[in-house]
Design a protein around this ligand. Structure first.
Ligand SMILES: NC(=O)c1ccc[n+]([C@@H]2O[C@H](COP(=O)([O-])OP(=O)(O)OC[C@H]3O[C@@H](n4cnc5c(N)ncnc54)[C@H](O)[C@@H]3O)[C@@H](O)[C@H]2O)c1
Length: 289
């Protein structure tokens, strides 16, 4: 694997992934609807991930694909726009890659793929810690698009033998941005309760992406990700008693322990997060640099 196509290369995860891949020795082709930032990709292409022509051109000389292009929140378009863009882009990228015999694709799914966090109704997760099998209860176009993307990944494996890993990202931000989200969530913990106050430092997001691209795992897999702790500086069991008292807890969680089960990420990808928002050393360096 030498050259990776990154779709959504101008996005917040995309820009960091392009740099991370280059630091790991890969050549990178970027594809994005437009570029509002200067891309470090050595082949940055403007194009639509829904277009067979644009994706075919972008796949020239490519050995593996990282598909991030999406409208990343239901509020950023009408339900029709969000669903159509995300599902059509993922299917098209998988179809073009599959038909060209590219056998390794990593796609961005979301912790929202099971639908509960963004659900407009008063629903709760079936249990904590959240794992990849937790029952879906979907009431918005974005969550549905991510759930369908995971099905498209399974189809691509069956139809073209493409090995696909769908990473269920939680909130993925730089350390500085995470502090802002944490302050907001601390003011009102109910806003992130249904996603278990989960987060992932952007640097760990990029490490997980590279682990998935380099994984020898065959087949199509959904993999949940999160930092080892929660975003809020409070004890997890205390938050659960307050904000999710009726949700069964399948195993005890101590301290600020995470409410996402990341066993599969460890076992399939050998991935463990390195960064915590609560790590004092990092707080010091973030403040002084
Ligand atoms: N950042 C997070 O917290 C988070 C959490 C869960 C999942 N995700 C997923 O990760 C991926 C990347 O998220 P992000 O935060 O970097 O989003 P972002 O909005 O910063 O980047 C997305 C990029 O994709 C591009 N794009 C959208 N539709 C396209 C299309 N049809 N063709 C080509 N380019 C297109 C946009 O122009 C943008 O540059 C998305 O799939 C998102 O749903 C992100």
């Amino acid at each position: 694997m030498k050259r990776v196509l990154v779709t959504g290369a101008d996005g917040s995860i995309g820009r960091a992934a392009v740099i991370g891949l280059q630091k790991s020795g890969y050549d990178v082709t970027g594809l994005s609807l437009r570029y509002d930032h200067t891309s470090t990709a050595d082949r940055p292409l403007a194009g639509d991930a829904r277009s067979a022509k644009d994706v075919t051109a972008a796949l020239d000389g490519v050995d593996a694909v990282l598909h991030l292009a999406a409208i990343p929140h239901p509020s950023l378009g009408t339900p029709e726009e969000v669903f159509e863009n995300n599902v059509a882009a993922t299917f098209n990228v998988l179809a073009q890659a599959g038909q060209q015999g590219i056998d390794r694709v990593v796609i961005a799914s979301s912790i929202n793929a099971f639908g509960v966090p963004m659900n407009v109704n008063e629903v709760q997760p079936a249990y904590y810690p959240l794992d990849e099998e937790v029952e879906a209860d979907i009431a918005d176009a974005y969550s549905l698009s991510k759930s369908v993307d995971e099905q498209s990944a399974r189809m691509a494996w069956r139809r073209w033998g493409t090995n696909v890993i769908a990473l269920r990202f939680p909130l993925v931000k730089t350390r500085e941005e995470l502090f802002k989200f944490a302050a907001m969530a601390e003011r009102d913990p109910s806003v992130m309760a249904r996603e278990g106050w989960a987060y992932l430092d952007l640097r760990d997001g990029v490490r997980a992406i590279i682990a998935a691209l380099e994984s020898p795992a065959g087949g199509a897999h959904v993999v949940g990700l999160a930092a080892d702790d929660i975003l809020i500086d409070r004890q997890t069991d205390e938050l659960l008693r307050e904000y999710a008292p009726t949700v069964p807890l399948r195993r005890p969680v101590t301290g600020r322990g995470s409410l996402v089960d990341t066993t599969r990420a460890r076992e399939l990808l050998g991935f463990r997060p390195q960064y915590s928002i609560h790590d004092e050393d990092q707080v010091v360096s973030a403040v002084t640099t």
